[in-house]
Design a protein around this ligand. Structure first.
Ligand code: PMV
Length: 350
């Protein structure tokens, strides 16, 4: 029994915000200055796969990502492990016959099928998968919303990757973060023809981390406070309505404007932060051109803390949107064609 190994595996999908999280009001607990809203992408295309195991034979907690050992001494990872062990202790107290997994060391192995930290939301899928793999290993009776409270402490955006479809993260008001949680706005089946194509302008690691970028923005941008207080709250409501009403034109306008507002705040910090590059701006112009030649809004771009574009569109416009991007950019250097296909939104997270 001393050598017994307990194990659980899970996948978590990537989510891409259409109303961005940018700014922390509490850096320790990852509490945001504003609510955010995202679309979960298909796990077939972008996902993290994680296996968590524990055993009396393991000498230390370890984490391996894509085959390389990772430092897990950071406060974020430690917060997730501490919270999960604490919940496991309650399970063990209620059932004295259950094995004392909370006292054993954890070995976690994780793999992404996309470039890490290139603004492709790897930390979101990564922490969501880590938290759910351990929750499964521990047989915790926790709902996705409860797990979102824990995943948020690993990486803010991770709390939204515990759900499929259209997901909001409410900023909450409690100083302890107990109401800073994710919830489902609508399942993917509500708007099943939504598609996303990712244009990989660069698979390099980003140069300003989201944590550092947010800190600098909160500390120095004059536009930022206006964004958090006056811009985002209305947009969250309008975006929920656009999703509920399957109103693509409204969804698209809110998505592109919010991306531009977020990048304007980044440019407004001291020193300025530029996540978008010339290739990114070419994608913006191309979306504008596709929409004006279609005579209606058929595509919406958004950029996270990196140069890659995510373009949302409806399946009926696959040819004009994904087709145009493939035809025009496929042969150009600086663009990787490998994510050129449609990415369906995930129906649900298992
Ligand atoms: O979760 P973090 O700390 O990696 O921050 C994510 C920030 C953005 O991707 C730019 C926006 C978002 O809401 O996901």
């Amino acid at each position: 029994a001393d050598q017994e190994i307990y194990r659980a595996s899970t996948y978590a999908p990537v989510n891409i915000a259409v109303i961005k999280y940018w700014g922390k009001r509490d850096t320790k607990l990852n509490l945001p200055t504003n609510s955010s809203l995202s679309v979960t992408l298909s796990q077939d295309d972008l996902r993290t796969h994680t296996t968590a195991s524990c055993s009396p034979a393991f000498p230390a907690d370890t984490l391996t990502l894509n085959g390389s050992p990772q430092d897990i001494s950071g406060a974020r990872t430690q917060a997730c492990l501490r919270e999960l062990r604490h919940l496991r202790q309650s399970v063990e107290e209620q059932d004295p016959n259950t094995p004392k997994l909370s006292t054993m060391k954890l070995n976690i192995t994780s793999g992404n099928n996309f470039p890490t930290a290139a603004g492709l939301a790897s930390s979101a899928a990564g922490f969501a998968a880590l938290v759910r793999a351990i929750a499964d290993l521990y047989h915790l009776p926790a709902t996705p919303t409860e797990l979102s409270r824990i995943a948020r402490q690993g990486s803010g955006s991770a709390c939204r990757s515990l759900f499929g479809g259209y997901v909001a993260w409410q900023q909450g008001t409690h100083p302890d973060g107990s109401d800073s949680l994710a919830y489902e706005v609508a399942p993917a089946s509500h708007w099943p023809d939504m598609r996303a194509v990712i244009l990989v302008a660069s698979a390099e690691k980003k140069d300003v981390s989201s944590t550092a970028g947010m800190q600098q923005t909160v500390a120095t941008s004059a536009l930022f406070q206006h964004r958090a207080e006056n811009v985002v709250p209305q947009r969250i409501k309008a975006m929920e309505a656009a999703v509920h009403g399957r109103d693509f034109a409204a969804f698209a306008q809110l998505t592109t404007r919010d991306s531009n507002n977020f990048h304007a705040c980044c440019a407004d910090t001291d020193p300025p932060i530029f996540y978008m590059n010339d290739t990114s701006r070419a994608a913006v112009r191309m979306c504008e051109a596709i929409n004006s030649s279609a005579g209606e809004v058929v595509c919406a771009y958004t950029f996270d803390a990196g140069p890659n574009a995510v373009v949302y569109y409806l399946a009926e416009h696959e040819d004009v949107v994904a087709g145009t991007f493939k035809a025009l950019l496929g042969g150009l250097s600086g663009w990787e064609g490998k994510r050129g296909g449609a990415v369906k939104t995930a129906e649900s997270v298992p």
